[in-house]
Design a protein around this ligand. Structure first.
Ligand SMILES: Cc1ncc(COP(=O)(O)O)c(C=O)c1O
Length: 493
């Protein structure tokens, strides 16, 4: 071990937020501050039964020793500096409202109302909310699409450069890296382009917070030169749900603007339990990340090898670079089930009800499973076994055009900006009469949260057919005022 890595590890051992919370939790103090449960003394019996008192004793507000999330000093500042060192950033912000708030803030910090931002159409709904908040105007790029897998991939450097040549006034480029299914595009070449044009590259790395800590994973966005990245630490590492990070590097992003924008979208009473879970997750990865991820990668490999041997199943693998697909995170396991004659949504029901396995993302033709540092060999065996039983119970059926309803990612142009559409008066209309009208709602199957219809977009028959199909098969659709999907809110033009 070199002296500098020795120094890094000894610094990374410390957990400033956890240490202060531990001290405060045990302090014999009469609490006359919020929250009202007063360190667990006032909680209901049902909550005590569910969570115990410990978690409430640590549920302490922004006391001076902890430091403020919005003007970081004390432990808060130290914890974020340690995270920036561990994740390879110039500066890091802890987030308590998921990557969702980081993405909205990233857009608001880089784009003024009317500014253009380039973005792939398979973007998460939080990006659209960022457009509504900031008033930025999207230039959508269609990502590459794999019809065999019914999967959207990344945008290509070529398609990005083409749009940049046609639009000299673009203020930011937004990239999803990796996708929900672990697919990584050619971010290296995309960085080269955005640097040449001197435009900030903002990356939704919600599913890639682990990349930095193992060489067998795709490289992290920061290591390849992205200006800003937002990571859902809670999705793939050991932080609690909603705990995420936003990192920046270089001079193209103004840190003051990020801090201001974050205040728009985060609570003034951030949970220090969530924040300290970021502190712990960072320490764990800095000290043990490589070892833990080696094990995770081994588990993922076992799952891939065994599931692909089962008849009628396909496993998404990376064979060679192609447009929109330059790398794959194998801890994201995607299994195609179309040859079994049932949809991924139906498989998910069978798995959950009968086989004690729950997927992350069931879709029409496949299911994605997140394999992370928390999984065990037993989990993997259970998953392999569930697929064996499934294959045994279902014979292949030829009449299945399941992937004949791909995500309709080729939208008609926006008639209104998402912000204009959000604030425009709306009318509720029978869904059959909505084709050709302007959508007033952001409608997504969730997960994955990729909008099928966004405010301001023309409603197409493909979009409605896709939503109906997902609904029929039991998928969850969010964003529509009428949850039965009989009516949609449209904007009259
Ligand atoms: C690609 C992508 N970006 C952003 C988000 C939002 O992340 P969070 O749940 O941490 O707010 C998600 C959530 O699923 C996502 O899949």
């Amino acid at each position: 071990m070199t002296r500098s890595s020795d120094f890094f590890l000894s610094r990374q051992e410390s957990t400033p937020l956890i240490d202060v919370l531990t001290t405060l939790k045990n302090k014999p103090d009469a609490a006359f501050y919020v929250p009202g449960h007063k360190r667990g003394q006032g909680i209901s019996d049902s909550l005590r039964y569910l969570l115990g008192e410990g978690v409430f004793q640590a549920d302490i507000p922004e006391l001076p020793e902890l430091g403020s999330l919005f003007a970081p000093d004390e432990a808060m500042a130290k914890a974020q500096i340690l995270a920036s060192e561990a994740f390879g950033a110039d500066r890091t912000w802890f987030l308590v409202n998921g990557s969702t708030c980081g993405i909205i803030a990233a857009i608001a910090a880089t784009c003024n109302p009317g500014d253009k931002i380039i973005v792939p159409r398979n973007v998460h709904q939080s990006f659209i909310m960022g457009l509504i908040v900031s008033g930025a105007v999207p230039i959508f790029l269609n990502p590459e699409y794999d019809p065999i897998w019914d999967l959207t991939l990344s945008i290509t450097p070529y398609s990005l450069e083409k749009v940049l040549k046609e639009n000299s006034d673009v203020k930011a480029v937004f990239l999803v890296y990796p996708t929900y299914h672990g697919v990584c595009g050619d971010i290296r070449s995309i960085v080269a382009i955005t640097r040449r044009y001197n435009i900030p590259l903002l990356v939704d790395e919600a599913h890639g917070a682990h990349f930095k800590f193992h060489d067998a994973l795709p490289p992290s966005a920061l290591s390849l030169g992205a200006d800003l990245t937002v990571q859902s630490t809670h999705k793939v590492l050991g932080a609690m749900t909603q705990a995420s990070m936003l990192h920046i590097q270089g001079a193209r992003i103004d840190p003051q603007k990020i801090s201001q924008a974050l205040q728009l979208v985060e609570s003034t009473s951030p949970s220090y339990i969530l924040l300290s879970s970021l502190d712990g997750a960072r320490q764990q990865m800095a000290l043990q990340g490589e070892r833990l991820l080696t094990h995770t990668l081994e588990l993922a490999q076992i799952a891939v090898e065994n599931i692909k041997k089962i008849d009628n199943l396909g496993v998404l693998e990376f064979t060679e670079k192609r447009p929109g697909f330059h790398d794959l995170d194998i801890t994201r396991l995607t299994v195609n089930v179309t040859a079994l004659g049932i949809s991924g949504l139906e498989v998910d029901d069978i798995f959950r009800e009968k086989l004690q396995v729950t997927a992350e993302l069931p879709m029409l033709s496949h299911l994605a499973f997140v394999i992370s540092i928390g999984n065990t060999k037993k989990d993997i065996n259970q998953l392999i076994n569930a697929f064996r039983i499934l294959n045994h119970s279902f014979s292949s059926s030829p009449d299945l055009p399941l992937s004949s309803a791909p995500h309709p990612l080729h939208p008609s142009p926006l008639k209104l900006s998402p912000r204009e559409a959000f604030f425009a008066p709306k009318q509720s209309v029978a869904i059959e009469q909505c084709i050709g009208k302007i959508s007033g709602e952001l409608i997504c199957p969730y997960p994955p949260g990729i909008p099928v219809l966004m405010p301001g977009e023309i409603i197409t028959s493909e979009a409605i057919a896709y939503l109906k199909k997902i609904q029929k098969l039991g998928g969850m659709i969010t964003g529509c005022t009428d949850t039965n999907l009989n009516k949609l809110n449209i904007i009259l033009n």
